[in-house]
Design a binder for this molecule. Sequence first.
Ligand SMILES: Nc1ccn([C@@H]2O[C@H](COP(=O)(O)O)[C@@H](O)[C@H]2O)c(=O)n1
Ligand code: CDI
Length: 159
Amino acid sequence: MSDLRIGLGVDAHALEEGVPLVLGGVHIDHPRGLAGHSDGDVIAHALADALLGAAGLADIGALFPSDDERYRGADSLELLAEAYRRVREAGYELVNADCVLVGQQPKIALHREEMRRLLAAALGVEAGRVNVRATTTDRLGFTGRGEGLAAEAVALLRR
Ligand SMILES: Nc1ccn([C@@H]2O[C@H](COP(=O)(O)O)[C@@H](O)[C@H]2O)c(=O)n1
Ligand SMILES: C[C@@]1(CO)OP(=O)(O)OP(=O)(O)OC[C@H]1O
């Protein structure tokens, strides 16, 4: 039997004016973007944490500390690629991943195929191995009030 491992990643960032919005590696024209030490890409961060978690490794905050100037304004697709390099080094490869953005706006339906393509390319796997979906919370909570966006991801690895 193959050795399968599952991991979960969760991230959230505040929406602020004057910040470019990057989600799943896609630059989206929107009045506010996600504040963070990096580009704030919650989808890429949640996916990286799901991969690391499945491999039994530390989270992205431990790998790429937010007080390290090297990661200021970092392209999160590069952090994702490095996280997966470590997962491969630990002896695992991706079976599939599923990411869910939680937020009222922007609607990402038109961007999800591009997000899948970019996230999969960062990992060096076929686009079909990475899914991206979205939900609102029917205006409930901090995402519902438009204060921020959150993302969750699960990843399945095999040895
Ligand atoms: N940021 C979002 C949120 C949702 N969607 C799409 O809208 C559909 C309806 O959302 P509900 O929360 O009312 O279920 C959802 O299934 C997504 O396809 C989106 O694109 N972007
Ligand atoms: C990505 C890192 C590093 O720049 O910073 P942030 O963009 O603030 O994102 P977070 O989700 O808090 O993860 C921690 C750090 O790894």
